[in-house]
Ligand binder design. Structure first.
Ligand code: NAD
Length: 492
């Protein structure tokens, strides 16, 4: 493979070939076409990027916040101008529909917009006369060199939960995209370059575990934002913390939605189907278990089965397609294996989406929407993150039992309730143990000005991504207590 077919890194304001000796194919999940090769960069590439980011930090932190955000204003307009091209890139490498790709980019842009408010958001506070003639002020300062490690399922959005806040607060940054979907960040960095950001403020290092370990171990890197599966999140969190870093690590999920008998059935079914099967179920906020309460059982079961059977599956770039493939053949085999496991554990295969071939895309990693009925809450399938278009159905008699089920799980990314009762909604909001709650909402994704609040095994750390949490994560507080002798003598 010639070098020009390999993706470069972007370090210190320049595109440079990785010193990798190993490369992976990046494959379109619908067509199986090889799009490019991604280098698995070695530790030495992280070293070069970190040095560049550390040098850039000294002058970037002194650049006034009002000037720093000017680059973000430019980035917002560049992202909007190139939205179509970026969305196509996401669909090529990740498989989701073009509408879904555009939706995630909109979320990315919203984070840039919020970070443009940093001159207000980054302010500290103060109090005069904490004692006679003595004042105290708290200021926020950037932490230094930061790093972002991203998963495959939202290549255009997830780095933006962190990046705009990191640099607006005066930090410099290294991004490692998922090696499965590196093309989107490649294009985003072409736009970042166009903003004229000073060299070294943002850096891109392609790769996999070796890059992650080098980031975790590097003494200069002060804060790390990670999103991915829970076992890797746990590994990254504990290793990064052991190396003395500030960490925020978002993990996997198994999201329950509860349907009460008084829910609006047509609306609930449409929302539940979008949540479970949108992005082929590869969303950390995908509904994965639907629990019907009382009379909701029969009406919802028939309706959701029909929604699953009629969902249009195909190549995300084709008109009218509502669901694309899963990311790769290994993922498809794993999901189909889990569906079989569910059946072996006693669930009924109400809708079986396995072995589906899409005409014209026979090599694609397609699984049609699948529904497992009567899933036993104690079975393995009820507790395992499937990360595919598979919805398990359970049934209980009361909302109390349903909330107890929600709270018995080890995950806490999202829980949703469908009802027309305000009292039931309040009870659920109050008692459900999850960080993102939906009431008649199927994907309770917080807007950019709210924190993305996973709990339990879905999040390791203290401060979440987005909004004020992100500003706190990317700044360290400094308190100054001051007295001036002349003023002091005037008072006494
Ligand atoms: P993943 O854990 O396999 O990979 C995430 C990142 O970690 C990638 O950049 C990858 O290169 C790196 N990585 C993988 N294995 C590693 C290892 N052993 N050591 C060090 N680094 C390693 O996750 P994925 O398959 O890319 O993404 C899907 C997962 O992400 C799902 O579990 C999903 O729920 C989760 N996710 C969570 C959120 C959230 O907000 N909580 C959002 C999106 C995705």
């Amino acid at each position: 493979m010639s070098l020009k077919n390999l993706l470069p890194n972007y370090i210190n304001g320049e595109w440079s070939a990785s010193s990798a000796t190993e490369f992976l194919d990046v494959v379109n999940p619908a067509t199986a076409e090889v799009l490019t090769q991604v280098p698995l960069s070695p530790k030495s590439d992280v070293e070069v990027a970190t040095t560049a980011a550390a040098v850039a930090f000294t002058s970037w932190r002194r650049t006034p916040p009002t000037q720093r955000v000017q680059y973000l204003f430019r980035l917002k307009f560049l992202l909007e101008e190139h939205l179509d091209e970026l969305a196509r890139t996401i669909t090529w490498e990740c498989g989701k529909t073009l509408t879904e790709s555009k939706g995630e980019l909109q979320r990315a842009i919203e984070n840039v917009e919020v970070a443009c408010g940093i001159p207000m958001l980054m302010q500290g506070y103060n109090l005069e006369d904490i004692a006679r003639g003595i004042d105290e002020i708290m200021i926020r300062q950037p932490v230094g060199v930061t790093a972002i490690i991203a998963p495959f399922n939202f290549p255009g959005m997830i780095p933006f939960w962190f990046l705009p806040y990191a640099i607006a607060c005066g930090n410099t940054c290294i991004i490692k995209p998922s090696e499965k979907v590196p093309l989107t960040m490649q294009k985003v960095f072409e736009l970042l370059e166009k903003t004229g950001l000073p060299k070294g403020v943002v850096n891109l290092v392609n790769g996999a575990k070796e890059v992650v370990d080098a980031i975790l171990e590097h003494p200069t890197i002060r804060a790390i934002s990670f999103v991915g599966s829970s076992p890797v999140a746990q590994y990254v969190y504990s290793k990064g913390a052991a190396y003395g870093k500030r960490m925020q690590c978002q993990g996997g999920a198994k999201n329950p939605i509860i349907i009460l008998p008084d829910a609006d059935l047509a609306m609930t079914t449409r929302i539940a189907a979008d949540s479970a099967f949108g992005c082929a179920g590869q969303r950390c906020l995908a509904a994965s278990v639907a629990v019907t309460v009382g009379e909701a059982r029969h009406t919802f079961t028939d309706a959701i089965a029909s929604a699953a059977q009629t969902r249009v599956v195909g190549y995300g770039l084709d008109e009218g397609v509502q669901m694309g493939p899963v990311i790769n053949p290994e993922s498809k085999a794993r999901i189909e294996g889990l569906i079989q496991k569910g059946a072996n554990e006693g669930a009924k295969l109400l809708v079986d989406g396995r072995n589906s071939k899409i005409s014209g895309y026979e090599q694609g990693n397609f699984i049609r929407p699948t529904i497992l009925q009567n899933v036993d809450p104690s079975s393995e399938i009820a507790r395992t993150e499937i990360f595919g278009p598979v919805l398990g159905l359970m049934h209980l008699e009361t909302i109390e039992e349903a909330i107890a089920l929600v709270n018995s799980g080890k995950w806490g990314n999202m829980a949703c309730l469908f009802t027309s009762s305000g009292a039931a909604a309040r009870q659920f909001r109050y008692e459900a143990e999850a960080g993102n709650i939906g009431i008649n909402i199927g994907v309770a994704a917080p807007m950019a000005f709210f924190p993305f609040s996973g709990w339990k095994d879905s999040f390791y750390g203290d401060l979440h991504g987005q909004g004020r949490d992100a500003v706190e994560f990317f700044t360290q507080t400094k308190v100054v207590v001051e007295r001036w002798p002349q003023e002091w003598s005037r008072q006494f």
